[in-house]
Every structure is written in structure tokens, then in C-alpha cells.
Unconditional design. Structure first.
Length: 81
């Protein structure tokens, strides 16, 4: 059996695989195919930083020497609180 070498920041060392660890990982995998329930929404978090913004203002048309421009603004009902 090959051992795990020194970890780099890009390759963290996984925890020891035991029955409890495997069971918890299976629980995580079961989350994705769940059916949507309006009264019990599933909230997933990602480590990436993303703002809930979208195009809600019409684009400023292109002009000679200038590309089309648009402003990103918060869509109603998508505020982070």
C-alpha cells in the first residue's frame, strides 16, 4: 500500500478512511439527487465568493469606438441578509 506523501496547500491530506468517514461521505452524496421541497429548501454553500447580481438595467448601446455597456444590480428578492 502506498503511503501519502507530504501535503501541499493544493493537495490536503484526507482524513483516515474508516467506517464513520465513509458513512458521512455517502450522506453528502445523497444530498444532490434530492427532490426540491418548497417548505424545506436545500441550501448549499460554496467556498467561492459570488454576489447575487444580475442584469436588471438595460444595456447602454454600443457607439463608435465603445462596446455595449451594462450595469449589474441586485435583482429584487435576491438580497443577502
Amino acid at each position: 500500500m502506498m503511503g501519502i506523501g507530504a501535503a501541499s496547500p493544493d493537495e490536503p491530506v484526507p482524513p483516515e478512511a474508516n467506517a464513520e468517514f465513509v458513512a458521512e461521505m455517502e450522506d453528502v452524496l445523497d444530498v444532490d439527487p434530492r427532490t426540491y421541497h418548497e417548505k424545506c429548501p436545500l441550501v448549499c454553500l460554496d467556498e467561492a465568493s459570488k454576489q447575487p447580481v444580475g442584469e436588471v438595467i438595460e444595456a447602454i448601446p454600443a457607439a463608435p469606438g465603445r462596446p455595449e455597456r451594462f450595469d449589474l444590480a441586485r435583482q429584487p428578492g435576491r438580497d443577502r441578509r
